[in-house]
Design a protein around this ligand. Structure first.
Ligand code: TRP
Length: 462
């Protein structure tokens, strides 16, 4: 209860509770940012796009677009002190602008909700792989056997259902505890644990003999290997990995005490996210190169390529188990953030914290069933099959496409426009602090971010 009663800041009552301080906020936001995107997706898209040059462009996108938008979202949340759904409507009203900006809050939250529905299914694979790795299922397996294991999992709806349910329960469990007793307490354990596990993996990478090749692959830019499509992939991933344009950072910002510096926190969060992605690369690619595996193996890199290596290396059962636990932890701190915007809004509708967490989680779990089934029983169902672009897309593919390629770019673009052009300078300056940094932020948010996002958008549609 004390969290609920605590602090009235700048005249805004915090009905939902607040982070205990800067560290708690940074860990929670970094926990949101660090997820499947860093450990599963970043290595494989880097592999597919030829390494160093892609990494360099990705870092540029983080700095020029990701960080300013991260500051923006946290700032908007803190300013309103409300759920993302109500944030945009409230701030627009205060500016004497159209209440229609409220739709942007819905767009953000709907994106988060839909992402959560299938994020939980993928995270379920990682959960499933923990007991697999532990039982020594990869030991001595060849590529065909490891592939069969993965296909077998995706082809078995009842198994997927178990793991999807387990993962969503973990998410709801934390969410139900509230901002401090739930979210904060979980991230304070999980984030350091994640870092330790990752460092163990990197240390292992050192011993494989593939470390030099991995470092060269990640850090030696060869621009002849980078395509235009690769540049845009880097831009899109900068968004996804920082949890932008989908309510998360707005919701987390709404719990942020006034005394905490947003620019400084955002820089630290982005730095942590980037360091983890690079460490994940330094953990995974030595194993890939030392075992003569294919860096450009695609989405199966973590679930098919790596188990192959775990099955052959000394201590493979232990390292493999640690790796998938790491993946689960990373996904967990992200999924609680994906649920938070829905929970916060339900609380504003009068739900208690626990009821809000259960209701939001149950709803996302239910929608997730459609993604789960489209991996097997509904694999042949193509709801938008009449359109050429969507001809062979399952429900899962469509949700992924609609959120990543349509909703997030649109929400990101409108959010930058809202903060840069609609919100008065007085407000953003009060939140971010005046100075050179502020002017740089304003320039990036008004011009660079919108142009960058329009580029991804147009490219992805084409
Ligand atoms: N950033 C997380 C990752 O890299 C995923 C995530 C969490 C996310 N919250 C989000 C992605 C909100 C988009 C929007 O895995």
């Amino acid at each position: 209860m004390s969290t609920v009663a605590s602090g009235v800041v700048a005249g805004v009552p915090h009905a939902h509770g607040q982070w205990s301080g800067r560290l708690a906020f940074i860990l929670a936001a970094a926990g949101s940012a660090v997820g499947l995107g860093n450990i599963w997706k970043f290595p494989y898209i880097t592999g597919e796009n030829g390494g160093g040059a892609f990494v360099l462009v990705y870092l540029g996108c983080i700095v020029l677009i990701g960080v300013p938008l991260l500051m923006t979202e946290v700032m908007l949340g803190r300013r309103s002190g409300q759920s993302p759904i109500n944030t945009f409507a409230t701030l627009a009203k205060r500016e004497g602008r159209s209440r229609r900006w409220g739709a942007l809050g819905w767009l953000h939250t709907l994106a988060a909700f839909l992402i959560l529905s299938f994020y939980s299914v993928i995270a379920g694979w990682a959960v499933a792989y923990v007991p697999q790795a532990m039982s020594g299922a990869f030991a001595g397996a060849d590529a065909a056997q490891v592939g069969a294991l993965f296909d077998g999992l995706l082809g078995a709806p009842e198994q997927l259902l178990v793991w999807h349910t387990v993962f969503m329960l973990l998410t709801v469990l934390v969410a139900a505890g509230g901002v401090r007793a739930g979210l904060e307490r979980a991230v304070k354990w999980l984030m350091p644990a994640l870092l330790v596990l990752l460092l163990v993996m990197v240390a292992y990478g050192f011993t494989t003999g593939g470390f030099g090749a991995a470092a060269a692959f990640l850090f030696w830019p060869d621009f002849s290997k980078l395509s235009t499509a690769g540049v845009l992939t880097a831009l899109g991933h900068a968004f996804f990995t920082l949890s932008l344009a989908s309510a998360t950072m707005v919701a987390y910002g709404s719990y942020l005490p006034k005394s905490v510096s947003i620019p400084r926190s955002a820089l630290i969060i982005a730095l942590m996210d980037t360091v983890v992605a690079l460490l994940a690369g330094l953990a995974i690619f030595p194993i890939v190169f030392a075992n003569g595996l294919e860096a450009g193996a695609g989405p199966g890199l973590v679930f098919q390529t790596l188990p192959l290596a775990f099955g052959q290396m000394p201590l493979g059962t232990l390292i493999g188990t640690l790796f998938f636990i790491l993946l689960v932890f990373a996904a967990w701190t992200s999924s609680i953030s994906l649920l938070e915007s829905t929970v916060e809004w339900l609380e504003e509708k009068g739900f208690g914290r626990k009821a809000a967490a259960v209701t939001g989680g149950l709803a996302a779990w239910t929608v997730g069933l459609a993604s789960l089934l489209s991996l097997n029983l509904w694999a042949g169902v193509h709801p938008l099959g009449m359109f050429e672009t969507f001809a062979d897309k399952t429900v899962f593919d469509l949700l992924d496409y609609v959120t990543a390629n349509l909703m997030m770019p649109l929400a990101g673009l409108l959010t930058a426009v809202f903060a840069g052009w609609v919100l008065s300078r007085r407000v953003s300056e009060a939140e971010l602090g005046a100075g050179v940094g502020y002017r740089l932020w304003r320039f990036l948010v008004r011009f660079v971010a919108p142009v960058g996002v329009v580029l991804i958008f147009v490219y992805n549609l084409g």
